[in-house]
Design a protein around this ligand. Structure first.
Ligand SMILES: [Zn+2]
Length: 344
């Protein structure tokens, strides 16, 4: 089975299609102008675009208020964004070795446990407690309030939109919530914090959906890239786009004209589709429980053929060795010494 470390929620086409609207070419939908199923860190603002290198992927991100924003609502840690993969390798030479090689736990929450704290001044904090209760009820993940000694935790606080970091970053990381963010949006942002990416960015999504670029607001096109297009050699947990995923963008996400930007492909026809922000889908739950299998152990067992993110690099384990896909060099062997990556 294929898998991508972050992209987990994903999975099979599900559900019957009786909620679909057959798309009419010139139909303009009000919904598009007010696309509630596209979380944004900075609503109605557009930052300059920049290309960079993050965890083995070539990415395009926006810079807004000094934050590096990926895919609308994901905030990247600046110190891990490099201008190129060469810069990444150069950074290894001078980097302090205080980062340990911890395999999966570099971005996953160890022992399936997510620690958090809620800002006392956050309005309607029940949005957060309800979202956390949902995650606790539906998945293997355990959520605990931060203790004085807790180093790695999510801080839920106010923001202009809805945003999160991707995976566990180490130290305090924020989920920012504006007044328009609902409990469902908080469930989505927690999805990013535990390692999920947007459903429509899956590598094999083109089998199930089409992106209609002509309808996308200028400057937002990069939000529709797949990880393939970013130069990332990855695999997905399961095949197919899950239209019911809480990580799926709406059919009208970033539309400039009220027409769909993402359409479902079926039997040679295109359909708009409905998305939801009520809760995790069955496939979201299946994916997340694969990422967090509920074993109370820190022991990392590497499996041949699987990808891991270790010290900021996406690498593939193969029979005791590490392989890395370089855009310029192809597959190369790497070795990890004292917490730094070197060409073997
Ligand atoms: Zn998102």
């Amino acid at each position: 089975m294929k898998k991508v470390f972050f992209l987990a929620g994903l999975l099979a086409i599900m559900m019957s299609c009786n909620e679909d609207d057959t798309f009419e070419e010139n139909k303009v939908e009000e919904e598009a102008l007010n696309s509630t199923h596209t979380e944004l860190a900075f609503p109605n603002r557009l930052g300059p675009l920049k290309k960079g290198f993050f965890e083995g992927m070539e990415i395009t991100y926006e810079i807004i208020d000094g934050e590096y924003v990926l895919g609308g609502d994901v905030i990247l840690p600046k110190e891990l964004v490099y201008d190129s993969e060469d810069d990444f390798f150069k950074s290894q030479i001078n980097r302090k070795t205080n980062m340990k090689s911890v395999g999966l736990t570099t971005n996953r929450w160890p022992e399936n446990t997510v620690y958090y704290k809620i800002d006392e001044d956050l309005p309607e904090s029940s949005r957060v407690t309800e979202a956390i209760d949902h995650w606790k009820e539906k998945t293997n993940l355990v959520f605990k309030e931060k203790q004085t000694s807790t180093k790695n935790y999510i801080y839920f606080t106010k923001g202009s939109g809805c945003s999160s970091a991707l995976g566990m970053r180490g130290g305090m990381q924020t989920i920012k919530l504006g007044s328009s963010c609902t409990t469902g949006n908080v469930i989505h942002e927690i999805g990013h914090a535990v390692g999920l990416l947007h459903e429509q960015s899956k590598v094999d999504r083109d089998d199930d959906i089409a992106i209609w670029k002509n309808n996308i607001k200028e400057g937002y096109e990069h939000n529709f890239e797949t990880y393939d297009e970013r130069g990332y050699e990855g695999e997905d947990y399961t095949e197919g786009v899950d239209f019911g995923s809480i990580m799926m963008y709406s059919s009208y996400a970033f539309s400039k004209n009220g027409r769909p930007t993402i359409v479902k492909k079926k039997d040679g026809k295109y359909y708009s589709f409905k998305t939801q922000r009520n809760g995790l889908s069955e496939k979201d739950i299946e994916g997340i429980n694969k990422m967090y299998p509920g074993e109370q152990s820190n022991t990392v067992t590497y499996v041949t053929g699987q990808y891991y993110t270790i010290n900021g690099l996406k690498v593939k384990y193969w029979a005791g060795k590490w392989l890395y896909w370089s855009k310029t060099r192809g597959w190369v062997y790497l070795v990890l010494k004292d917490g730094k990556w070197y060409y073997a």
